[in-house]
Ligand binder design. Structure first.
Ligand SMILES: C=C(O[C@@H]1C=C(C(=O)O)C=C[C@H]1O)C(=O)O
Length: 430
């Protein structure tokens, strides 16, 4: 039942596309999506109880390298064209869908698109169940009563943390180096990230931190794809029936424990020229990448302040009308890497990241989300996340990064990175 056929780049000859038989039916009852997740082969994209979760794998594409997006786009278009779909709802996210998660960098990189065997979805007050079978197998008819509930999920035990590639002091020195290089005119902005290791006494059931992070960060999109779990506040791109939207974040301040003080901090963030500069680069990069695909892109004149429990961000919501036949996946490919997670100019920032971070970002800071056969979809930037070690589920890697511009202060950036690690640290129960 859970067998999946992993497909590699060289299996993409037209005749090799499997034919999928897909059926979506209305559930007509409420469903707590995350509570249905199985312990393995689970995928999720959920915000405030709405979204999609996937069980098992019908087919999967594994891909790496600079052509990862192009290969995935081709694969998805063939799979969608050949599928036999019966969909009694016909909304974004019903019918055939794939979840995906892409590597930040071209190398070494590992990216994936997964078509689950079963998808449960909720949009507004409509809920549905989609089954996906690979022909000639018969469609699976699951019983929703047999799905597990999160009460069976055990809490992580004895989690300890250790530095990843760099200690805090080494990372602050890398930030200082970046500030010097920006001062010397090599580039305008670079986003530097660091990793932290979390080691538990026993294998971690990803459903514990996932459920906790979804509860604690309701404004974020909670995701799980192949052991990468988190809750991102940043929507790289959403495409729904021709409407394109994006939420760009850049410019951050840590929250205090005092609401009145937080309001003053929010006001100072909205006036901070350093943060406004950092934000402007990120908004520009998204607006420029969307422009060729949209008839118009609406860019608000000034950002608003997004309040999260741990930090506040400068945020801009962009909107446009799709002018070509791009899918959400193609738009995500066009937008990656935005200056919110890479820098300006992009190629110089990419090189500096590779030189100064001393680590592989993996799928952190890459697009994560879903696409359907009509091209609708949502792709966030994989932030505030942890990657569970596929060989040893007691071990996780957490990531956090900060935009560095000419006025950045290394110690302040280190504190900001620590604050961005809080959601996952708390979700691990420490
Ligand atoms: C890179 C991260 O966050 C990004 C960087 C931000 C900043 O530098 O102010 C803010 C939000 C994100 O676009 C992260 O969370 O790891």
């Amino acid at each position: 039942m859970t067998e999946s056929s992993a497909i590699h780049d060289d299996d993409l000859a037209p005749g090799s596309t499997p034919r999928l038989v897909v059926r979506t039916t209305e559930l007509g009852r409420e469903v707590d999506l995350l509570a249905t997740l199985p312990p393995t082969e689970a995928t999720a994209w959920v915000r405030r109880g709405e979204g999609l979760v996937g069980h098992g794998e019908a087919v999967r594409l594994d891909v790496a390298g600079p052509d990862r997006f192009a290969t995935a786009v081709r694969w998805w278009s063939r799979l969608s064209a050949s599928a036999a779909v019966r969909d009694e709802i016909g909304e974004p996210g019903t019918g055939l869908v794939a979840f995906g998660s892409f590597a930040f960098a071209d190398e070494p990189g590992h990216s994936t698109l997964i078509v689950p065997r079963i998808v449960l979805g909720r949009r507004g007050d409509r809920t549905w169940l989609t089954t996906i079978a690979v022909e000639p197998a018969l469609p699976v008819v699951p019983s929703i009563a047999s799905f597990p509930t999160s009460s069976q999920v055990g809490r992580p035990e004895g989690v300890v943390f250790a530095d990843g590639a760099l200690t805090g002091a080494q990372w602050a020195a890398a930030v200082a180096d970046a500030v010097r290089r920006i001062g010397a005119g090599e580039l305008d902005k670079v986003v530097l990230a660091r990793d932290l290791l979390a080691i538990a006494e026993k294998p971690i059931d990803f459903r514990w931190p996932l459920t906790r992070i979804a509860q604690d960060y309701p404004a974020c999109w909670t995701y799980a794809v192949q052991g990468l779990i988190g809750a991102t506040p940043e929507m790289l791109v959403r495409l729904e029936n021709g409407l394109v939207t994006s939420r760009v974040l850049a410019g951050t301040i840590r929250r205090s424990n005092d609401d009145a003080h937080d309001l003053a901090l929010a006001a100072s963030l909205a006036r901070s020229s350093k943060d406004l500069e950092e934000h402007e680069y990120a908004v520009r990069s998204v607006a420029d990448a969307l422009a060729p695909h949209c008839s118009s892109v609406n860019v608000p004149e000034s950002p608003f302040v997004l309040h999260l429990p741990n930090v506040m961000h400068l945020a801009t919501d962009l909107a446009g009308v799709l002018a070509d036949d791009s899918t959400a996946l193609e738009l995500a490919a066009a937008l990656h890497p935005s200056a919110a997670v890479c820098g300006t100019p992009t190629p110089v920032a990419l090189e500096l990241i590779a030189e100064l971070e001393h680590m592989d970002r993996g799928r952190y800071a890459g697009p994560v989300g879903w696409v359907d056969a009509a091209g609708n979809g949502e792709w966030g930037i994989a932030l505030r996340c942890a990657q569970i070690d596929p060989e040893d589920s007691r071990r996780l890697r957490l990531f956090a990064g900060c935009g560095i511009v000419a006025d950045s202060v290394p110690e302040a950036e280190l504190a900001e990175a620590q604050a961005k690690l809080v959601p996952v640290r708390d979700a691990l129960g420490t």
